[in-house]
Design a protein around this ligand. Structure first.
Ligand code: ZN
Length: 137
């Protein structure tokens, strides 16, 4: 399968197979007015199968969201058909308004103006805890 390469935009590569839609939804790419290509189950020598997202626009991608979903995603910035920059992702140490606390009694659930903040407490197991009530989901 061949998809036209983009001239100016962003390619998110090496997404774990099956996660492209989660990336699409969490980055709210449906709000962009440019074309976005979602490629699923692309053959990869390194990974067996992977997903790829191509965004046909220069766009300030939220690296914390990506790092939280999958820190192994590679982010390439494309200008005039050439890759001009590759960004490395890391597991973010703090999530602000990316994940919502599910504890209905938590202060960030009851008070609208309080942001949802999670801190990384266990990098190996990717555990984040709410800073207000310590709930982990
Ligand atoms: Zn909480």
């Amino acid at each position: 399968m061949k998809i036209d390469s983009i001239q100016n935009g962003i390619v998110l590569d090496h997404i774990t197979a099956g996660k492209a839609l989660q990336v699409y939804n969490d980055l709210e790419l449906n709000k962009l007015d440019c074309s976005v290509a979602i490629l699923q189950n692309v053959k990869s020598n390194k990974m067996g199968k992977k997903d790829i997202l191509k965004i046909d626009k220069e766009y300030d991608v939220n690296l914390d969201v990506l790092g939280y979903i999958d820190p192994d995603i590679t982010v390439s910035i494309i200008k005039d058909g050439q890759t001009v920059e590759k960004k490395k992702l890391a597991l973010p140490t703090k999530l602000v308004n990316i994940k919502k606390c599910k504890n209905p009694r938590c202060i960030c659930s009851t008070e609208q103006e309080i942001p949802h903040i999670f801190k990384l407490t266990d990098a190996e197991n990717r555990v984040y805890r709410c800073i207000y009530c310590e709930a982990d989901k």
